[in-house]
Design a protein around this ligand. Structure first.
Ligand code: SF4
Length: 352
């Protein structure tokens, strides 16, 4: 069991980040913010997929005006993503942002930051300080060693945090991102050592979903396994629902997210497989879509190793030539012809 590092508790609308609260999945809308109905639909899709916070970019005044109209139409706290403009930050706070994302690399003027802090205090808006490796001028060169990179990012974070702390503002979430897995792990370890604010984990511009999922799982999974990280966002090009699904898989793999749907286990298959396991597994996967139970179902290719390897599954089918042996919690309960495997599994699932 993972022991999470104890952090402060930060309130983002009705969602708590940090302390003993479960790790929060968040994602970002990818349609123009001014297209209010499309934006609302995407927010709702993300919530259905498992997001408990959704971030929306507000690059222009028209976007913050649209943001104000989106807030009352959704049931999830919204985060405003702000770059460069203190005005946008203040407008977003006044528009009802439950949290603001600021990048120290592009809002630097202490007076502007103090104005944002004052507005955030009045409106109970939390703030994420998101240090981004690509926004730090000295880190744009390829050959800067990892130790120096980490030290520079940490210094940038400390400077910014100090400004908030001087103003007695502690509703902070911290993030430090890079597109490199090792550097992301290193800087977040340092941040966890240095501060007790909750940490937002993510990799920047990770790629298309098929390319993004492994680096994200390695970086975020390593940190989460060490107890670091209170909210996560997987970045991938395209549909943000896929980002959310990847984030959920990472948390489920670490036991940090309660599964509500069946888990399908499939043997890798080898020369002992007696039937087309991939085809059977796809059929089982499709049949399981209608089941809302956190059960483990195993599809195994033979009775040599299948029963043993599927012993901890609630239900398993181990294939033999033209037939399948059905197991419930490691005990064989029936033998059915290949064509009857799916109905037999479904019948047993209903009984569980
Ligand atoms: S369960 Fe059987 S078919 Fe599948 S990988 Fe193991 S030995 Fe091979």
């Amino acid at each position: 069991m993972i022991r999470r590092k104890k952090t402060k508790s930060v309130k983002v609308g009705h969602v708590i980040i940090g302390s003993s609260a479960p790790v929060v999945i968040q994602s970002m809308t990818k349609v123009p913010t001014v297209e209010i109905d499309r934006c609302v639909r995407q927010v709702n899709r993300l919530v259905r997929a498992g997001c408990r916070l959704v971030r929306i970019a507000v690059p222009t005044r028209a976007d913050t005006a649209a943001f104000a109209k989106i807030v009352p139409k959704v049931n999830v706290p919204l985060i405003a993503d702000v770059h460069f403009s203190p005005e946008r930050a203040i407008e977003a706070i006044e528009a009802g942002a439950a949290k603001l994302r600021l990048n120290p690399g592009n809002i630097k003027n202490p007076k502007s930051i103090l104005r944002i802090i004052d507005a955030a205090k009045i409106h109970n808006t939390a703030v994420r300080i998101g240090v981004n490796e690509a926004s730090i001028r000295d880190l744009k060169k390829q050959d800067v060693p990892i130790k120096k990179r980490t030290a520079l990012m940490l210094m940038e974070m400390k400077k910014y945090v100090r400004l908030f702390e001087k103003s007695n503002f502690d509703q902070l979430v911290l993030s430090a991102k890079s597109s490199d897995v090792s550097r992301t792990i290193e800087i977040n370890r340092k941040i966890a050592e240095t501060f007790d604010y909750p940490i937002h984990l993510g990799l920047t511009h990770a790629g298309l979903p098929e390319d993004a999922q492994i680096p994200s799982a390695v970086a975020l999974g390593t940190l989460l396994a060490e107890g670091i990280g209170d909210t996560i966002r997987v970045s991938a090009a395209g549909n943000p629902v896929i980002e959310t699904q990847i984030a959920k898989q990472i948390l489920i793999a670490l036991g940090l997210y309660k599964r509500t749907k069946p888990e399908l286990i499939v043997c890798p298959t080898c020369a002992r497989a007696q039937i087309d396991i991939t085809r059977l597994a796809k059929q089982v996967e499709k049949a399981l879509l209608s089941i809302d139970k956190a059960v483990r179902v195993a599809v195994m290719g033979c009775v040599v190793n299948g029963p043993g390897e599927a012993a901890d599954a609630d239900l398993a089918v181990c294939a033999a030539k033209n037939k399948g042996y059905i197991y419930r919690k490691g005990r064989k309960i029936s033998t059915v012809p290949e064509s009857k495997i799916i109905p037999a599994l479904m019948k047993e699932l209903k009984k569980l």
